[in-house]
Write a protein that binds this ligand. Sequence first.
Ligand code: C2O
Ligand code: CU
Length: 461
Amino acid sequence: MTEQPVKPRPAQADGWDRDLRLPEAAHIGKTAGIVEINLEAKIAEIEVVPGTRTRAWTYNGLLPGPLIRAKVGDRLIVNFTNHLPEETTVHWHGIRLPAAMDGVPVHSQKPVMPNGTFKYEFVLPDAGLFWYHPHVRSAGQVGDGLYGALMVEDPGEPAGLGDEVVMVLSDMSLDDAGTLLPADIGGEFGVLFGREGTYILVNGKVMPELRVVPGRRQRWRIVNAARTRYFRLDIAGQTFQRIGGDGGLLEAPVEQPYLVVTPGERLDVLIAPRGDVGSSVPMRWVAYDRGFGTTFMRPDVDMMTLKFVDGTAGVDSAVPAKLRTIAPLDITSARTQELRLTRATVKGRVVMGINGVPGAMAPPMKIKVGETQIWNVVNDVEFAHPFHLHGFFFQVLSWADAGDKLRPPPPLEWKDTADVPVKGRLTLAVRFEDRPGMWMFHCHILDHAEAGMMGMVQLDP
Ligand code: C2O
Ligand code: CU
């Protein structure tokens, strides 16, 4: 840990993040290095759309679930109780934990039955924004509200990057009365496109307001917890500096005119909003072209208001040109495997798979602890797929659109979820360190995962 010079830290305006501040999970006990919390999955009646009541699926009665806050190296203990009417588990998306704590039914644990409990306990080895969600009937359970953010802080990272706000992006399918629509709405068509909710939510709210002071920097920690929806985020007249993603900070900030975050991914961005005090500007959802028909007749949707307010004087500290060192994985003796993302129609049903085989029928890929592999994930389908690997970070080596047209090289960063473009490919490198067991990979469009686009790694010592 290097010592940081004390810099003037700008204050935001009063109540600046009032609409967005997430309730945090209460820590039980005070043992240094241990964060212990209680987490209860239950149906709760809450207000999602103003003026209506929704019986949502929640953690601790909240949408999203409570923000879990810990420091890198802490041991997290979660006393989980299932008060849902069906079985569930909790998966800790992005955390490099032992396979037995990964929350995947059968392979990691038995599903937690109604009124059952499970104790999750593991060390948090990496700083970053992670998240948790069920791995049983995931599309339905996540779509109905089961997700929450897990922030792992690193006291050694550069200080004063900006006042922080965590944004859990999602959507929900509700009718006008606020009642959840059936999880399988739209039938096979819904499976093929993936199901996007009727309301876009930021921290469980429709159109919250965030107060900003002109020119004063904020740090937005964003996770996409939607079951299917990609978020392209645009704010007129603004630009972003992306400083991190799934597995913590980038090596250096990247300037971006807009942001894209696919289901499961995270972004760590700085924004110094430009505007006049008294004015407002919306953050808009813009349809991202994730394949056939996904942009057709889809107007932009305002999803959050930035309201410019007066602030006290202050100066932001400079953003360091170098945020972190990331060593490229050594791939000189890496074995290359091809994973084709495929789909078929079987007796009128959409069946997705990897190399033509739906997940439930595929034998696991056998890999040895310590191996580094290159995965060539090739997309044979007319839709894009956010590819997610449990338990290990990977580095993206290259990606290409249809016709193997290369996209600009991505910055070096640790990822656990990355987009595989329509009819394109994603080439990644991953080192399977010493955590043997069964590890899942799948499309994070959860409707696609459930239609079979998943597979397993059997990691042997
Ligand atoms: Cu968010 Cu199987 O994962
Ligand atoms: Cu998919």
